[in-house]
Design a protein around this ligand. Structure first.
Ligand code: NAD
Length: 352
């Protein structure tokens, strides 16, 4: 069995999850790390035993020994780096969101198809064993036709600052950062229906609330509260061509009593809850029953999902199979996200 040499581009917060999972995968060697911040790349290389350290991703991509890369950089560089990577013959696991705009996504899709390389989008929620377990119930018809889904990812305090709150580098606020996860999860569980229209609202009412003390929150590796050009919260209604709909609300900050994560799907034969804990609802012999699957963790297990995502990527690289979350799905989600921002800006529903 040949060991695949892996490069990780971007050595900030989320790269740790990629690196931990690669380190636990016996078929790979963490070979190269790249970051604009040389010390950060060097520290990660030391910790994970990587041979090469780069500050320019083009140099990493020019190394013929590297077979595949994880792209864990700011959103504005995802498309550019991923495109350069597939064109350099590398397989790519790119963090969510795929990029910032539909144009970038289309251009990247073209490059991936031309290069014939694997590009997996880091929609980590799909890889959670609980999501895969529930997906079997959907595929086997136990839930019937899913016609309504509802997802909330509300942080009362959690604008990560730095590049996350600079719209030029992030492409947007909580919608593109955390909304992307729950929108994708619902869309995937619903069987990836074609989007028909979206209607959204964005709000910039509270700022980043960097004044708040005594409560900690997720921060970018280079936290900086100076610049904040993204929304505080977004809500949206997404309609699909099959008549199904998805209602979403997400925030970086909100005067809420506590953080709230809820993902629920409703079908003609049953319902599913994923967040905060998995549950199946149905009816039998004229009685409503709530079923609690007996699984290791009822909630979302970040580490386990990341391991499954990385292991799947390596399997695809070795087999040449299409990933569970291909570039085409990244593009569809970009259409939804960008449509919601456009709808909010224009104050009207956007039709596709
Ligand atoms: N899957 C998840 O649950 C999850 C969670 C957090 C972040 N993310 C995604 O991961 C990506 C990174 O987020 P983060 O939280 O790690 O941010 P971060 O700010 O902590 O780290 C980003 C790193 O990328 C480096 N970088 C930026 N541009 C670069 C370039 N051109 N070349 C080399 N290095 C570059 C920065 O110097 C920084 O060290 C984002 O796209 C984000 O949306 C995903």
């Amino acid at each position: 069995m040949s060991i695949l040499k892996i490069g990780v581009i971007g050595a900030g917060s989320i790269s740790q999850s990629h690196l931990n999972a690669y380190a636990a995968n016996k078929e790979v060697e963490i070979y190269a790390i790249c970051d604009l911040n040389e010390q950060r790349a060097a520290d990660a290389a030391k910790k994970y035993g990587a041979t090469k350290v780069y500050t320019d991703y083009n140099e990493l991509l020019a190394n013929p020994d590297i077979v595949a890369v994880s792209v864990c950089t700011w959103n504005n560089t995802h498309a550019k780096i991923s495109k350069a990577a597939v064109e350099a013959g590398k397989h790519v696991l790119v963090e969510k969101p795929l990029c910032r705009t539909v144009e970038e996504a289309l251009d990247l899709q073209k490059a991936v198809r031309a290069a014939g390389k694997v590009l997996q989008v880091g929609f980590v929620r799909r890889y959670d064993p609980n999501a895969q377990m529930l997906r079997k119930f959907v595929e086997n018809g136990d839930i019937g036709e899913i016609y309504y889904a509802k997802a909330s990812s509300l942080r009362r305090l959690g604008n990560p600052g730095g590049w996350f709150s600079d719209i030029e580098r992030s492409g947007g606020g909580p919608l593109i950062d955390i909304g992307v996860h729950v929108i994708d999860l619902c869309w995937y569980m619903m069987g990836k229906p074609k989007v028909k229209s979206v209607s959204g609202n964005t709000y910039r009412k509270l700022g980043n609330r960097s004044n708040i003390q005594n409560l900690s929150f997720y921060q970018a590796a280079d936290y900086d509260a100076e610049k904040n050009t993204v929304e505080d919260m977004t809500n949206a209604l997404i309609r699909f061509e099959n008549g199904a709909s998805l209602l979403v609300d997400v925030s970086f900050t909100l005067h809420a009593k506590k953080d709230e994560g809820a993902v629920k799907l409703y079908g003609t034969k049953g319902g599913l809850e994923i967040d905060p804990e998995v549950s199946i609802v149905t009816e039998k012999h004229d009685t409503i029953i709530n079923i609690t699957p007996q699984v290791n963790t009822l909630g979302f297990d970040f580490g386990r999902a990341f391991q499954a995502e990385i292991d799947h990527f390596i399997q695809c690289v070795k087999s040449g199979n299409d990933p569970l979350s291909p570039v085409e799905d990244g593009l569809e989600i970009m259409k939804i996200l960008c449509g919601i921002y456009e709808s909010a800006e224009k104050g009207e529903e956007i039709h596709f």
